[in-house]
Write a protein that binds this ligand. Structure first.
Ligand SMILES: N[C@@H](CCC(=O)N[C@@H](CS)C(=O)NCC(=O)O)C(=O)O
Length: 374
């Protein structure tokens, strides 16, 4: 019997990320594809979130949120560790992971939902998955989810005709970065997978490599990335050496850190300021793209604090190495006090059950999960 039941969706960004990690670490698990009913009746009351992936351990404890979950798994199953042991490399990996989760999300949603052909196909897949075993017809759910995702994650996430091409270009740009890194190594930090491979699997696996439109582009323009995605997925079959991962000194990492400094961290600070001010929406320029009317996301204000706490907790020597690698412009933003300093850190994967009222259940059922439910 396996210890873990993983509630997931076959097309989900973060489910793919977690599954890649479980497979790499050779941790057995049972897959449970969610429907709208299981999300509402099992995942929501047990985790407080209507999101996947969520894990139910055989003793009844639930775990959720891929970021703390990966750390929990590495501590619980120390074989084939994903987190680098060196504190400087570990911190830089954490920074890249957060960036992949939160800032690569928009272009990944864009490539899935912005073009009608791809959007119709994914809508059908989601409709089929989420209606299974429920009273809802798959075709109706398909249309509902396509429109809902477009409303929340395109229009509702700053995508407009004026920035359409610039946002589209973020995906081929990321392909170029990874092609550069993979020119000299099988995985992003050497000859076995580590946290950054798993993190980049968020956008690259379930969206870019498996959605028809971006997959065609990946195969044509980035064959090394195409091969790497499968390699990570299949890495449970490989024996890993004990060698330490690379230390991010390769200049091929420069454009990733540059984007973190120029776009992601300024965005995180503005988002935290909006959360602190109680604003629901804000606009900004990040990485030369103008984004109007972005949602203020409380979870991401917690991401900023969590990154800052990890940075402050570094001992002087690794912190100096981090400072040297990132440079003043980025380090200044890690040190600059967040405008929302009192939120809880993202530091545990252990879920607590939540009472869901009949009214909330009804609301979630019809309106879907809020972008940022707490
Ligand atoms: N921070 C969470 C994010 C999980 C998440 O956003 N999952 C998406 C699927 S990839 C979801 O379930 N969304 C539900 C919705 O949008 O209603 C994690 O890392 O696990």
């Amino acid at each position: 019997m396996t210890r873990y039941r993983v509630y997931l969706s076959d097309v989900s960004y973060f489910s793919g990320k977690l599954e890649a990690a479980l497979r790499a670490k050779r941790i057995a698990y049972e897959r449970v594809s969610v429907s709208s009913d299981t999300l509402l009746r099992e995942v929501l009351p047990n985790t407080g979130w209507m999101k996947v992936p969520a894990v139910r351990r055989d003793d009844g404890q639930w775990l959720f949120d891929s970021t703390p979950l990966l750390r929990w798994l590495d501590a619980e199953h120390p074989q084939r560790p994903l987190l680098p042991a060196d504190p400087c490399t570990a911190f830089l990996s954490t920074l890249v992971e957060d960036y992949c989760d939160e800032w690569q999300w928009r272009p990944a949603m864009f490539w899935r939902w912005a073009w009608p052909d791809n959007a119709r196909y994914l809508g059908s897949r989601l409709g089929e998955e989420l209606s299974r075993g429920t009273i809802h017809p798959a075709a109706g759910m398909a249309v509902y989810f396509r429109k809902r995702q477009q409303r929340i994650f395109l229009r509702g996430d700053g995508v407009r005709a004026q920035n359409f091409d610039a946002i589209a270009a973020l995906y081929p740009q990321a392909l170029q970065w990874l092609e550069g890194l993979l020119a000299n190594r099988r995985y992003l930090l050497g000859d076995r997978p580590s946290l950054v491979d798993i993190a980049w699997c968020g956008p690259m696996l379930r969206h870019y490599a498996q959605d028809p439109r971006p997959a065609a582009l990946m195969a044509a323009q980035a064959p090394r990335v195409w091969a790497w995605v499968s390699r990570v997925w299949n890495s449970g079959e490989e024996e890993w050496g004990d060698g330490a991962p690379d230390d991010f000194s390769d200049a091929a990492w420069d454009p990733v850190f540059a984007d973190i400094g120029k776009a992601y961290l300024p965005y995180l600070h503005d988002n935290a300021a909006s959360v602190a001010a109680g604003q629901k929406r804000f606009s900004g320029h990040y990485g030369d793209i103008a984004y109007p009317d972005l949602p203020a996301v409380r979870y991401r204000a917690r991401c900023l604090l969590t990154l800052q706490r990890a940075y402050e907790s570094l001992d002087p020597v690794p912190r100096q190495r981090v400072d040297q690698r990132l440079g003043n412009a980025i380090v200044g933003q890690l040190r600059r006090r967040s405008a929302a300093p009192d939120l809880p850190l993202i530091d545990t994967a252990l879920a607590q059950a939540r009472q869901v009222t009949a009214l909330q259940r009804l609301r979630f059922y019809f309106a879907g999960t809020p972008w940022d439910s707490e």
